[in-house]
Structures are given as structure tokens and as C-alpha cells.
Ligand binder design. Structure first.
Ligand SMILES: Cc1ncc(COP(=O)(O)O)c(C=O)c1O
Length: 497
């Protein structure tokens, strides 16, 4: 539905209509050529003729990653191929993604606004990639549309700014959420939370109870946790949300590179209404991501984010907005981000999500079994049934501070993440840190606040890397345990976390 923010007299309205009619005639004469009529791409067809077809598999994908086997300089000046287990934060680039971006930049021109062959080609690629994104999550236009965003955080904030119309609106989130899917809502309306159980899984019954007792407008939930890797049964939650008249938003940041995702459930009430994700977590670090959402719903709202590209006509005192998705895409588009995203979807689909998931489960099991054999380890979440977990494992050792250990591991060539992973309420729960205890650390150096170490796998990681990680871990723990820390800076780090 078109948005009209018009503060005019009826005379001006009538004038505006005749001007709008004139404008649409001008457009038909050639202004802003529609994507479907863009000139065919000589370059891209020439490229595809010379391209040799390569099959991407879980076995060979490491060969197609940028930089993962290149030595990196460590703080002691030595050079080493590092083990990168920080893929939940961001993933390295895929070579085919990088090559696709390089190729498509040869015909880069302004998207949707230019008068040139390059502009037409870029616009066509940009618009067509929307269909690829929709089909990636098993839905299609016109029911759903794809809005390009900069990242999950950007998408969730845009969505929240559009959907929330009153401070009194109620959003139901969970205590498992990343801050992006918590704080985006907190400031704008009332947020109520379903808690997690002792193992850190979402309490589904609590969602239903909260829906029963409150007039919830939106339920927002992560598809997979960035702390424990738990995969949420989002279709079950969709059924509950719809039963009580709410819509469902899913934060897809941690699912898109790990499991196939479907907007469509087993019955219409299980369908997902909005889904948001980032491309840099799926091997395309050029920025970008998407909101996939119900076209009609997106069209009924608009984000509090204004600029070029979103409007039909602006006069001194009127603005007529375009429909979704363009309504949500103020400013010049991120073309490399969209090209990269499209190619990463192709490669991930070719590798196959069943293969990705099976590979990840193998790495998870090996790492968890290995960690369990080390003394003083605490592993968060269910370590017996890992079937509902993507490749994310968070842990601590009771006799060494996690920031110290992560730094020492990094110096030895093992990359992890350490901290509370932008999911503080969830991490505090898993660690048994109360809100009052957490507040003591306000304003503290983040290395001295409670935290965990997280390892997270990508499609290119290997079992040999798990072995190497455990070897470096043993070496680091042994050095630490055999050293007297009295009177050193290390004494300041609380071994309790
Ligand atoms: C579950 C989850 N949601 C949202 C985000 C935010 O993603 P981005 O930083 O790409 O905006 C992350 C990032 O780690 C995440 O793990």
C-alpha cells in the first residue's frame, strides 16, 4: 500500500494528482527504465561462456575460501596458519563470491537511477537477486518481498521502527536473544520475555502463557542462538503467535549459513511473517543482508529512515512514497553486498544444507568430547543431545579467566570469541550471574567482566583443526597452570570467569 504523507489543501491535492499523472508519463518515456527492460548483458554472457563449471562440496569447499590457509603474523613475530573458530561473528569470504563481485563490478552503474547500459545491467542484477533471496528461504513474490539491508542489526531496527506504532505495543521476545533483537524493540515499546530453561533452551510453554495473558502484537525470536547454537522451532512459535493474533519476526543471523530455512510451515498458521539476516555471516563480507517479509504488511508501514530512492514525488510540503521494498531502502544501494549475497546463496545451496549440518555435527561432537576430557571445564548448554544445535560451543575453565585464556589461545594461533557475545541476559543466565552482580561491572574494562569462550564452526573447518585447537588449548592450560602468577597483571583476572 502506498504511503502518502500529504499536508495540503484539497486544491493542492488535486494539483498533485495531475502532476503525478504527468510524472508517470515522463517515466514511461524512459526515465528510470524498469529492471525487466534493461539491456542484456554482453559482458555477463561472455563471462559465463568462459567460466569453467566447478562443483562446490563440503569436502572441497576449503579450497574455495579466501585466506584460510595463508599464514598470519602472530604477536611474537612468527607466521602461522591459524585455526579460525570465530565464524558465528563473521565468516571469511568465499573465492567465488569475491570473483563474482569483481566480475559484476565491471558493469557497475547507479542502481535504478541511471541512464546508461551499466546502470541497466546493475539494476537488473540487483532486482533479480531479490527472487534468489526469496527462494533461498522457500517463499516467493508477491506474498513475500525482499528488502535489502546493511545487516541483521540494521534490518531489525528498520523493521522495529516501521512496525511499532505506539509505546504501548507489546512485543514478546525471549531471554536467548542477541541484543540486536532485544534492544531494537526495548526502546520503542513494551517488551516481555519468555525465559530459558536450565539447559538454556527456550521455554515454549512460557511463550504460550505470555501470549494468553497479554495482547502481544509481535513475537520476535532468534532462529539459532549465537551462544549455544540452539535452533528454535520457529514454526511452532509461529503457530502460537498467530493463534493469539500476533505476527512473528525471526532473527536469522545464525541460521542462514548452517541450516536451510523456510518461511513456509506445514500449514499457513506456521508461516513466518518476517525474517532478517546478514550476508557477512554467510561468506560474503561486503555488507548487506535482507528482510524477507509479507509484502502487504511491509507496505502498510514504513521505517523511520528517510532518504533518496524511497519516494515517488516530493514537493515543498508533500511526500508520496514508493511501495515496499523500495520504501525501506533509502540511500544508494550496496551493489557488491547484493552481488556477494546472491553468489553465496548459490554456493551454499550447491554444498547443500544437509551436508553442512552433518559436517558441523561431526565437528561439534569431536570438540565437545575433547573439551569434556579436559579438567575444570564448564560447557554451556546440552552436551548430550546436540541435534538441535548449530556449530557453536561456549565454555569456561574454572581455574583460568576466559579473557586471559582467549588471548593466550589467539597468540598461539587459535581464534575464538570471548565475552558475553552481545547476548548478556542469556549469558548471565547460563553462568548464574544475577542482574545485580552483572551491574557491578558497568564501566569496567570488558576483558575484566564475566564472560565465556566461544568456538563456532564454518563450512570449511576440519576435524584436524579441532585436534589442533585442543592441542593448543592443552599447551596453553599447562603453561598457565605451571606458572606462578603472583605479582603479575594476570592476578587481576578473576579465574571464576
Ligand atoms: C543471533 C544474532 N542476531 C543478530 C546479530 C547481529 O548481526 P549483525 O552484526 O550482522 O548485524 C548477530 C551477530 O552476531 C547474531 O548472532
Amino acid at each position: 500500500m502506498k504511503k502518502e504523507l500529504i499536508k495540503t489543501t484539497s486544491l493542492m491535492l488535486a494539483l498533485g494528482m495531475s502532476i503525478a499523472c504527468f510524472a508517470s508519463c515522463a517515466k514511461a518515456d524512459g526515465n528510470a527504465m524498469p529492471a525487466s527492460s534493461a539491456a542484456p548483458s554482453e559482458t555477463s554472457s561472455a563471462d559465463s561462456r568462459t567460466e569453467t563449471k566447478v562443483s562446490y562440496t563440503i569436502e572441497n569447499i576449503r579450497r574455495f575460501m579466501v585466506g584460510v590457509d595463508d599464514p598470519v603474523e602472530l604477536p611474537d613475530g612468527s607466521k602461522k596458519v591459524i585455526v579460525n573458530f570465530d565464524n558465528a561473528a563473521t565468516t571469511p569470504a568465499l573465492k567465488p563470491v569475491m570473483e563474482e563481485v569483481d566480475t559484476k563490478l565491471k558493469t557497475y552503474g547507479s542502481i535504478g537511477r541511471g541512464f546508461s547500459a551499466k546502470s541497466n545491467i546493475s539494476t537488473e542484477i540487483y532486482e533479480n537477486t531479490r527472487d534468489k533471496v526469496l527462494s533461498f528461504v522457500n517463499c516467493s513474490y508477491p506474498d513475500y518481498t525482499c528488502v535489502y539491508v546493511n545487516s541483521t542489526t540494521d534490518g531489525l531496527n528498520k523493521l522495529a521502527s516501521a512496525l511499532i506504532t505506539s509505546k504501548k505495543d507489546i512485543v514478546l521476545a525471549t531471554r536467548m536473544e542477541h541484543h540486536s533483537n532485544d534492544l531494537s524493540w526495548r526502546d520503542r515499546c513494551k517488551v516481555i520475555y519468555a525465559d530459558v530453561d536450565d539447559q538454556g533452551r527456550i521455554k515454549y510453554d512460557e511463550i504460550e502463557n505470555l501470549l494468553k495473558k497479554n495482547k502481544v502484537k509481535y513475537v520476535t525470536v532468534t532462529a539459532a542462538s549465537n551462544v549455544t547454537g540452539y535452533v528454535t522451532d520457529v514454526h511452532r512459535i509461529a503457530r502460537m503467535a498467530h493463534k493469539y493474533g500476533a505476527k512473528i519476526i525471526v532473527d536469522g543471523a545464525q541460521i542462514v549459513a548452517h541450516r536451510s530455512f523456510s518461511m513456509i510451515g506445514n500449514s499457513p498458521d506456521e508461516n513466518i511473517d518476517f525474517f532478517v539476516f546478514s550476508a557477512h555471516k554467510m561468506y560474503s563480507p561486503y555488507g548487506g543482508g535482507a528482510i524477507v517479509g509479507l509484502t502487504d504488511e511491509l507496505g502498510k508501514h514504513m521505517p523511520k529512515f528517510y532518504g533518496g530512492g524511497t519516494v515517488d514525488i516530493v514537493t515543498d510540503n508533500t511526500v508520496t512514497y514508493k511501495d515496499a521494498p523500495h520504501l525501506y531502502e533509502a540511500g544508494s544501494p550496496n551493489y557488491p553486498g547484493v552481488v556477494g549475497l546472491g553468489k553465496s546463496i548459490d554456493v551454499l545451496n550447491e554444498v547443500g544444507f544437509e551436508n553442512i549440518s552433518a559436517h558441523e555435527q561431526k565437528l561439534m561432537k569431536k570438540m565437545i568430547d575433547g573439551l569434556k576430557q579436559r579438567k575444570n571445564v564448564v560447557i554451556y548448554g546440552d552436551t548430550d543431545d546436540i541435534s538441535d544445535r548449530v556449530g557453536v560451543i561456549s565454555f569456561n575453565f574454572t581455574d583460568i579467566n576466559s579473557a586471559l585464556l582467549a588471548t593466550k589461545l589467539a597468540n598461539a594461533g587459535a581464534g575464538t570469541r570471548r565475552g558475553a557475545f552481545c547476548a548478556h541476559p542469556y549469558v548471565w543466565r547460563l553462568m548464574g550471574v544475577s542482574n545485580e552482580q552483572a551491574r557491578i561491572y558497568e564501566g569496567c574494562d570488558s576483558a575484566k567482566t564475566p564472560g565465556m569462550i566461544r568456538v563456532s564452526f564454518g563450512i570449511y573447518n576440519t576435524e584436524e583443526e579441532v585436534d589442533e585447537f585442543l592441542r593448543l588449548l592443552d599447551q596453553t592450560l599447562e603453561n598457565y597452570r605451571n606458572t606462578n602468577h603472583e605479582g603479575t597483571d594476570e592476578e587481576d583476572f578473576d579465574p571464576a570467569f
